[in-house]
Design a binder for this molecule. Structure first.
Ligand code: ZN
Length: 272
């Protein structure tokens, strides 16, 4: 019974999400003006609200040789050093982190949660999967959605399905990158976006009223924010003292063991 009603509410979220995303694209095309270096708001970027890059860097538990970030959050450049297009879908600044990966690399859930939505966008988006992470899943004070983009094929997981930290979600790919800047070979990578739910967004998500809208009810943040130990609110990441801006991140090793075992947030790919 509970599972069934949960599935229904997630399906409702999906419907509103799919309605909201084309609106965003229309706003992006119609809206002029590049955003400044600071936070961008819905009226300017068409991708909803976002926080400016807080200056976090990633380190890995035990010094593991994890795949590092090829283009960080808020970066004006792509992995190859070229300048992102101002006024484009990401308004000239990167709306997530990129990990350059061989096609077919298993992508792992960064925390416990449940599958929220899935679909396929066009250029720059590709096949994607959204996973919802509530405070009880992560121990954080806020809820967030993680979006995995450019998947090789749709995830076999169903909407509403629960996932555990480090669970295999999908295979990496290059959908949405072939043609345009990256040419016919595309750019195989994971683009990971994290959007923190607002207080209202969390209430809507918890009640499953079907009114939840990603662009209105979330704020885009640096994905590294969720790995900061004990962070109370996403905006606090910008004000951390220097020594706390390097975030040590747990991972799953190639044998599938969680390192470290007590961590509730892990890197989205396994590490040697
Ligand atoms: Zn990206």
């Amino acid at each position: 019974m509970r599972l069934t009603s949960g599935s229904i509410s997630v399906t409702l979220f999906l419907l509103t999400c799919l309605i909201a995303l084309p609106d965003a694209n229309a706003q992006t095309r119609g809206g002029g003006g590049g955003g400044g270096g600071g936070g961008r708001d819905a009226s300017r970027s068409g991708l909803g609200k976002s926080l400016p890059a807080p200056g976090l860097t990633a380190a890995f538990h035990g010094g593991a040789a994890c795949t590092t970030i090829a283009s960080p959050y808020g970066s004006p450049t792509r992995y190859d050093g070229s300048l992102r297009k101002s006024g484009g879908a990401e308004d000239g600044l990167h709306g997530g982190i990129d990990l350059s990966l061989d096609e077919g690399t298993p992508l792992l859930a960064i925390a416990a949660g449940r599958v929220f939505a899935a679909g396929e966008g066009g250029m720059l988006e590709g096949i994607f999967l959204w996973v919802l992470h509530l405070p009880e899943d992560t121990g954080l004070n806020f809820a967030f959605l993680a979006k995995y983009q450019h998947l090789r094929e749709p995830s076999p997981l169903r909407q509403g399905e629960r996932v555990r930290p480090g669970q295999d979600l999908a295979r990496s790919g290059k959908t949405g990158t072939v043609g345009g800047h990256y040419g016919p070979r595309g750019y195989p990578h994971l683009h990971l976006t994290v959007r923190a739910l607002t207080d209202d967004g969390l209430k809507l998500a918890a009640t499953g009223s079907g009114e939840f809208r990603i662009l209105r009810d979330t704020v885009m943040v640096d994905p590294l924010t969720v790995y900061v130990p004990g962070i109370a609110a996403p905006a606090d990441a910008a004000n951390l003292p220097g020594e706390r801006k390097t975030v040590t991140i747990a991972h799953v090793d190639l044998k599938g063991t969680l390192r470290s075992a007590d961590s509730r947030l892990v890197w989205p790919v396994a590490c040697p």
